[in-house]
Design a binder for this molecule. Sequence first.
Ligand code: S3P
Length: 456
Amino acid sequence: MTIAPDQKPRPLRARPVADGTGLHGEVAVPGDKSISHRALIFGALSVGETTVTGLLEGEDVLRTAAAMRAMGAEVERLGDGHWRVWGVGVGGLSEPEDVLDMGNAGTGARLVMGLVASHDFTAIFTGDASLRRRPMGRVVDPLSRIGARFVGRQGGRLPLAVVGTAHPLPIEYTLPVASAQVKSAVLLAGLNAPGITTVIEPEPTRDHTENLLRHFGAKVTVETTKEGGRVIQLTGQPEFRPSSIVVPGDPSSAAFPMVAACIVPGSEVTVRNVGLNPLRTGLFTTLQEMGADLTFSNRRDEGGEPVADITIRHAPLKGITVPPERAPSMIDEYPILFVAAACAEGETVMRGAKELRVKESDRLALMARGLKACGVDLDEFEDGLVIRGKGKPPQGLPAGISIATELDHRIAMSFLVLGMAAKDGIAIDDARVMDTSFPGFVPLMQSLGATLESAG
Ligand code: S3P
């Protein structure tokens, strides 16, 4: 999120829900962020009209919409979450006249860099203070092999100029980190290369790009290796047929009201229309192993993705060891899992999640610091946290002290959820950043019975 200098931070405090009341109600969370970025990108690469319903209208996705417009696509909002894209065809993007400001969005930045890499023009990328800190070397390396050139700051950090190539090479690339963003950047670049682009992922990551490539008519094959990894092969230069896309509710956003209901006594909450792509559901499995009471109903398929309504009732949670290999399927959910672990009885071991250090913030450091300040007993490791919960929520933060969110939406929402259960409540320093992925978080949680009030 790019915050204009004249806007003031908006401190916000969550107070504990009154004893014996709990959170109650039925809500729908905004559209999936990963699928929303991709829906706009794929629409921009088709010739003709693509319609999208359920699009997340968060800051991150609006930046991708602006980038697609700047490169020649027509992108139009028709109503709430309802958008229309007139694309220019695979290979048909044009040079943007100005710098592409991707705001807070790592996904938007890395995917659009992939697109530019195999076009014969130059685009300059920047973003907010959080995005400018994040490593781009992970996409610069494979995209250089395709033939693009880059001029950036140390470590490939933004601002960064991408000089695309007129003669992209199809490459074979093994991901050095489990990252759907890197996989997607390579596949998007490969779309405009002749021949077959191959990405090998030792650990499977979210496959929305592969699903949408198929949906728009590209030839993609996916094979599972003996070790459990995947080999993805894309035949370049397909003709995309325009399509319609229904974006399911974001499981990463659903996680916040769900964990709130788990930890606030007396709660019963239903979140409707939650995307249940099996490569995204690690948190739900983990919560169930901890003793959470989740019921999945109305399971169905929407727009090629499995969805369901999920009902969560308060239940006592116990500490467990989360298998490190589960990390890619819940990578964005660790901050809110740490909150659940802080309220559970006993030790929860969450390792194998080193990637959390290079998200919108260093999520391990920020969560460890904030949880300790709230009275949680924990150890921080390079790749995770071990949290020793006491079977009840921690004390929280006294008035006048707030959590530093450092432009990280998930840190902000995680601590507000903990504040709904903690005796003293918890304040965060700035609520504006939540618009990145979850516009309407505050009224949605208030509709369930939470007290969120200005702490300014
Ligand atoms: C995303 C992939 C993940 C995730 C991010 C969205 C995507 O990042 O953290 O919020 O849409 O591809 P990495 O690919 O860097 O793990």
